[in-house]
Design a protein around this ligand. Structure first.
Ligand code: ZN
Length: 280
């Protein structure tokens, strides 16, 4: 429903056509929040749809706080690196680029000028970045991927875990989110005898250490030497060396709140800037 441009449902697929039209006509600067997720292996304990489920919760909250319409163009994302594990579905880069561009162009045709993206899966970013560049020129729409807040207490804690323990996939960070948002889908008992499965060359491991004397360049050497597929370096699909059982759902409650607020503040501020000539 939308009355005088004010939504009380936020998913495009839940709105009637007249409700969507009401929002489009009466919201002074309509913004679409596009969520990108993934169906991919998430260790033994998290559901395959973790990234899409996270994304849906996050963007709905952003929609609510900023009176924006939310769209998930697809549950599937770009995950070729996880194909060594069963259950993963990946689009090819061409298909995924097409899915994102077709979604933008359809909505652009209806008059939407502003698109904000949120991705629960880092692997989608290269295709998304390309899609945004193409869409700006081809469909004359503003597209942006906002990221933050980085400097908050929780934000710094999460970042520190990523750097220090390689907590990038299915570790404490993602497990905290999953236990908050969909605890009924998590199978924590599968981690009963868990030990870190990250197997990398000792030299690479040495360079991954944030306390390495040449930390900045060393980290890049480690990244440059990283194997291309997940199953090459972890046998259970978890990247981190920290224990996912230390996950804290309450930490994610804070993170979700500050992130949704950050996005919504970004959208509100962005709306005060008129659409520049180059997009008209
Ligand atoms: Zn994930």
């Amino acid at each position: 429903m939308s009355e005088n441009g004010k939504l009380n449902r936020y998913w495009l697929h839940e709105l009637t056509r007249p409700a969507f039209e009401d929002w489009l006509e009466n919201e002074p600067e309509p913004v679409i929040v596009l969520g990108l997720g993934a169906i991919e292996q998430h260790g033994p304990h998290l559901p395959l749809g973790t990234d899409s489920l996270d994304t849906m919760s996050m963007i709905e909250e952003i929609g609510k706080r900023s009176n924006s319409v939310c769209v998930m163009p697809s549950w599937v994302g770009y995950s070729p690196h996880h194909m060594g594990f069963k259950g993963t579905i990946t689009f090819s880069e061409e298909t995924y680029l097409g899915v994102i561009l077709d979604t933008i162009s359809s909505l652009a045709e209806h008059g939407v000028k502003r698109f904000v993206f949120y991705s629960g899966h880092g692997g989608n970013m290269p295709v998304l970045n390309l899609a945004m560049q193409i869409a700006r020129r081809k469909f004359q729409v503003m597209c942006y991927y906002a990221m933050g807040p980085r400097g908050s207490e929780v934000g710094r804690k999460i970042m520190e875990r990523m750097v220090k323990y390689n907590d990038l996939h299915s570790g404490v960070n993602e497990t905290s989110a999953a236990l908050k948002l969909f605890p009924e889908l998590c199978e924590m008992w599968r981690l009963d005898d868990w030990e870190p499965m990250l197997k990398v060359d000792p030299k690479v491991k040495e360079y991954m250490d944030p306390d390495h004397p040449e930390s900045e360049i060393a980290k890049q050497v480690a990244d440059a030497s990283r194997e291309p597929s997940t199953h090459h370096f972890t046998s259970d699909g978890i990247y981190g060396t920290n224990d996912p059982r230390a996950a804290d759902p309450e930490e994610y409650t804070k993170r979700m709140d500050e992130r949704a607020q950050y996005y919504s503040d970004f959208i509100k501020l962005w709306k005060t800037v008129p659409v520049p000539k180059g997009y008209r």
